[in-house]
Design a binder for this molecule. Sequence first.
Ligand code: ADP
Ligand code: MG
Length: 618
Amino acid sequence: MSHVVGIDLGTTNSLVAWVRDGEPTVIPDPASGEVLLPSIVSVDERGGVHVGREAQRRLLTDAGHTVYSVKRFMGRGAADVAGEASFFPFELRGEGEGVVRIGLGERAFTPPEVSALILRELKRRAEAYFQERGEFDFEVDRAVITVPAYFNDAQRTATRDAGRIAGIEVLRIINEPTAASLAYGLDKHRAGTIAVYDFGGGTFDISILRVEEGVFQVLATNGDTHLGGDDIDRLLVEQVVGAVGIETTPEVVQAIRLAVIQAKLDLSAEEETELRVYLAGRGTAPVYRRRITRGEFESLIAPVVERTLVPCRAALADASLAAGQVDEVVMVGGSTRIPLVRRAVHELFGRPPHVELNPDEVVAIGAAVQANILVTGNRDMLLLDVTPLSLGIETMGGAMEKIILRNSTIPATGTEMFTTFVDNQTAVDIHVLQGERELVGDNRSLARFRLRGIPPMPAGLPRLQVRFQIDANGILGVSARELRTGLEQSIEVKPSYGLSEEEVERMLLESFEHAEADVEARLLIEARNEAESVVRATEKSLRNPDLEAAKRSDLAPGEIEAIESALADLRDGLASADRATLERKTQVLNDVTRHLAEVLMNRGVQSALSGRSIDHVE
Ligand code: ADP
Ligand code: MG
């Protein structure tokens, strides 16, 4: 049987976990040992796709073809993101309603396609890991994926589509705070109330859960899909941009961004740090440096931390609880490592929050626990969630009528009756909305349905029952019947921001077509890494204290010159995208240095044997 994994598809970082012999464990990349995969995708000039660390490096050299924070665009329309488009160095296409597209060179990707590339990398990573462990069946084709509790239907659907495009069957979509509670095993505790405070890179979520007899119920959720570590980074970047005194091209802004992030991480552990901006091609010295204390940092970010407390109070009010009535507070997300954040949460709830587990791993761990429950059929634990937003339809005069109310426990259903306005009318248009506001324009347009095949009857006579169902993933399904005749009506769905079935299918096929270019991109990275390590080893040999002695007695005339020229040749070729040439040059350098390496090794052994330190050889 193939493995089922849990995936945290994060705005900033993604990771995958599984349950091994009853123990939930995160899965590292076998090659690098890294657990967090930066949720970054980059396309090079030859159309090769890079994901994770390598894509993050390309932010510096090719910001225009590198996408980060793609989760912010999932299930959203171009009009939604117009305001923030200027913050991103990549190109956002699309107008008004309809899916956003991200232009990367010759190709344009929808957000689910970009997320699918991240998922595919996690799948590859997990499969390599299982294969290395010698597991007979190492395929990974089923997963539980987490989303912020605040995600609406379009965003959840986009996440499920991303899984399908990546060739992964999404067994369940669960809320991140629910997953975090599972990771802490809070289901095993006696009855109590839990607040999950999740402060990541791009989103802030607060959830108030009730746990009783091993059953979780979400009492209230709130948050801000535009509040996270990114905002802290942006504040710092704004401070530095004015001060560096160089033209702020996208590459410079990205270099500043990396520098301020490093300073931020330092300040979670230290009282003071030096912020240093390095630029490619500007030598090894920083182009800008400045000392910054934790106190300065805290007063700069205090308003951001304060903004997280507003949804906390709203969620408590929704759950009819005072802050002091919460029994456990769980910290999730990398930004909760900031001491000021911990203090603020401690103060709000009047108790120290849980920080025992690694805050960037808890969600994936919980997803793995849930995946394990689903496949083992261990039903000891029931997972109840609520829908975060009301679901309804447009009625006459542009108002919204709610059919399923916010905070209803899912799965949930609701029905609504329709009829015709014109004699012999055989079709009715229905506009589905999600949100809490009275007017259509203030809510989220999810989809438009056309009910067809209504038997011709006088106006007002047909009794059309439309049924809305929210499944356990929080995703909407719609069915309809004409009650007089009992006929099932056909429904044509036009998702307002999502992808149609055909589009998902086509993207799945395309992802296979491009797989070859992607494999080539990976081989190029490997060739480049190999070349870099041979360059470093050669440079080290040329600095060896035994070199002069070796030159005099062991090496042929011109041997060092040949090595130096092969080294220079390979160094020049490092940035090249031509793998064959890179491999050939690496081979050449390897060949010409073999003899030198042997000689130096023998000398090293001799000087060690003769008991003299290298300084005394001469
Ligand atoms: P997401 O769920 O959005 O993918 P994560 O939980 O991985 O995000 O958190 C990523 C955020 O946490 C980033 O903004 C990162 O800079 C921040 N972060 C990670 N470690 C630290 C730290 N030690 N101090 C401060 N911020 C941190
Ligand atoms: Mg997260």
